[in-house]
Design a protein around this ligand. Structure first.
Ligand SMILES: O=C(O)CCC(=O)C(=O)O
Ligand SMILES: [Fe+2]
Length: 215
């Protein structure tokens, strides 16, 4: 056990057993790190859903590159888009909300990120620093979905926990950082390591403490 927590802290993700039955799919719980909670999930999206998200986002990415803001962020070198709401996105967001056990109105919206060789997301926390204005309604949990198999590289790593998750199409990694013990939250530091070969496509869902949208 990390830190000096004597009592087990409450977690948002309260699924037990080896699967989560959402309205339209049975998700497999494949591996768990207990504190902070990091869960590897299988069968989250079908191949067709992954392909569709990539196809739509590729088109959006191409459009957003024309006349868009080209600000370069050395921490995150991938390109990303927030998915436009369509039937598939709405269905997938609903499923994610059931997995994450938080109403969808608390979500930032589904973001698709694409990395090419050399691109990465350096170690970071998904919650905002206490000094930032966004921390008034801070993020509390994350679901990262792998939309394709990466030929080489592009793992999601948690350097303080010594965990590496290998991207596999249709699988996901979930983690949360809403503990009373800030040390546990800090341990969710994570990174997307540089892609070496091929493309890496992910869809990320971040949840906030309070709703951002109307139901
Ligand atoms: O690319 C990854 O594996 C990690 C992505 C990530 O940290 C995020 O989207 O917040
Ligand atoms: Fe992240």
């Amino acid at each position: 056990m990390i830190g000096d927590t004597t009592e087990k802290e409450r977690t948002i993700f309260d699924h037990t057993g080896n699967s989560i039955k959402t309205e339209d799919r049975e998700i497999r719980i494949l591996a768990k790190y207990e504190a902070p909670l990091v869960v590897v999930l299988g069968n989250v999206l079908s191949d067709e859903e992954c392909d569709e998200l990539i196809k739509h986002s590729r088109e959006q990415l191409q459009r957003s590159k024309v006349g868009g803001d080209h600000a370069v962020n050395p921490i995150r070198t991938s390109s990303g888009v927030f998915c436009e709401q369509n039937e598939t996105v709405v269905r997938i967001e609903k499923r994610f909300s059931q997995i994450m056990n938080i109403p969808i109105e608390h979500g930032d919206g589904l973001q698709v990120l694409m990395y090419t060789p050399g691109q990465e997301y350096q170690p970071h926390h998904d919650f905002f620093a206490e000094t930032s204005r966004a921390s008034a309604n801070n993020r509390i949990s994350t679901l990262v979905m792998y939309l394709n198999d990466v030929e080489e590289g592009g793992k999601t790593t948690f350097p303080m926990l010594n965990i590496s998750v290998i991207p596999n199409k249709g699988m996901a990694v979930y983690f949360e950082y809403f503990y009373n013990n800030q040390e546990l939250n800090d341990f969710t530091l994570h990174a997307g390591t540089p892609v070496i070969k091929g493309e890496k496509w992910i869809a990320t869902m971040w949840m906030r403490r309070q709703a951002l949208r109307l139901p």
